[in-house]
Design a binder for this molecule. Structure first.
Ligand SMILES: [Zn+2]
Length: 393
């Protein structure tokens, strides 16, 4: 490999590294490329804290959305730093489970990517934008009169399934990011096409003299637009916005990812099933909704806490999400009862199945280890009974 080829390969590697996104557990990634689908775990690299995904590196770059809904449980009695739901296929995020009264939560603050209550971390986000927004939400709920909090939580849960708002926000998201994606495509052709060809023909110094100003000009244009969009979408994340704007302006390789950096968590707080219904083909969206419905109906064991007061808050959040998910599914024209019907037997020896993941078992098994020891149900048991037996902890 010549020195020029090595430098081009190095730039390519740096760019691929720019495309890698670390997503903490408890989110669903909706990506448009290479095919449009939902990811509940990364096919590349994961550990018990999160997963590494690659945002599509080539123009037109595709959609890349991280959607998680509120990652905490709340009721009139307080907040617990976990939910009964396991959006990730391998389980809930690994974190300390704490419970706080609303008086304590009123003093929550964000520090970088963490939400702090007192000196303790209530939640760790992927980015300071999410930490700042979740903190603002907690403080807003905590400062409501106690009598208004229950209906505010109900309203907030209903909003996370509001298809009209979701579609309008997605339209705005696409329209805002498209001009950036077009400039990014031109910048990519410049950096990885025109510039290497010119270096091959005329050498480094004559080429760089005319190749660098347009690349920097495009980066600065992208940085200005990035800053304007992020200011509107994430007004609480001022410091992070300045840091990323500077990186986009000074590094053309980072500028190639500007649209994804700006829009990745725009839909973070909606329910993943509701966002998936707006961006995926209908069968794929229904498959995700069905899996999340079974998960919220028969939560993975063990539960995040065994302390009775915390369990009551987890249960309040779970029941609220479940009833909103059911109402939303019916509005979409789906029947949640069809999602809990026993699967078709794949072997005559299979007499039981897991009501959460639908894996089938022989008579020797009594619980599903993949779902943390969830009790199996017999094929003869009706679906309604199967779900009913797991509704109460
Ligand atoms: Zn299972």
């Amino acid at each position: 490999m010549t020195e020029r080829q090595q430098l081009l390969a190095l730039a390519g590697l740096i760019y691929v590294a720019e495309c890698i996104r670390w997503v903490r557990r408890g989110a669903v990634v909706l990506a448009a490329a290479p095919d449009r689908r939902a990811w509940r775990r990364s096919p590349l690299l994961a550990n018990e804290h999160g997963d590494a995904f690659i945002g599509w590196p080539l123009p037109p770059f595709g959609d890349f959305l991280v959607v998680r809904g509120r990652p905490l449980s709340a009721s009139e009695d307080g907040v617990v730093t976990a939910t009964a739901a396991s959006l990730h296929e391998a389980g809930r995020p690994v974190q300390a489970v704490r419970m706080w009264s609303w008086e304590a939560v009123a003093k929550a603050k964000s520090s970088g990517d963490r939400v702090l209550v007192g000196n303790e971390t209530a939640w760790r986000a992927d980015s300071p934008f999410e930490a700042a927004e979740l903190t603002a939400w907690l403080v807003r709920m905590a400062t409501l009169p106690a009598s208004a909090r229950r209906s505010a939580l109900e309203r907030d849960a209903a909003d996370s399934f509001d298809g009209q708002v979701i579609r309008a926000r997605l339209d705005d998201w696409r329209v805002s990011l498209q001009p950036m994606q077009r400039v990014q495509a031109a910048l990519m052709a410049w950096l990885f096409g025109v510039v290497p060809a010119a270096v091959w023909g005329w050498g480094w110094f004559p080429t760089l003299a005319w190749a660098v100003p347009p690349a920097l000009g495009a980066s600065i244009w992208l940085a200005r637009r990035f800053s304007r969009i992020v200011r509107a979408w994430h007004p609480e994340g001022g410091e992070e916005r300045s840091r990323l704007t500077l990186m986009v302006a000074l590094s053309p390789l980072t500028a190639l990812r500007a649209s994804e950096l700006a829009g990745r968590v725009r839909m973070a707080w909606f329910h993943p099933a509701a966002v998936a219904a707006a961006v995926l083909a209908r069968p794929a969206a229904e498959a995700l909704a069905a899996a999340l419905w079974r998960d919220i109906s028969c939560p993975r064991r063990p539960l995040p806490s065994s302390e009775p007061a915390a369990v009551a808050i987890l249960e309040a959040e779970r029941c609220r999400t479940r009833s909103m998910l059911e109402a939303w599914a019916r509005r979409e024209g789906w029947r949640p009862e069809a999602w809990v019907e026993p699967p078709s037997r794949t072997d005559a020896d299979h007499v039981r199945y897991c009501p959460r993941c639908l894996v089938q078992f022989t008579a020797r098994a009594s619980d599903c280890t993949d779902c943390g020891g969830l009790k199996l149900v017999d094929f003869e048991t009706t679906a309604a009974q199967a779900m009913g037996s797991h509704l109460n902890y």
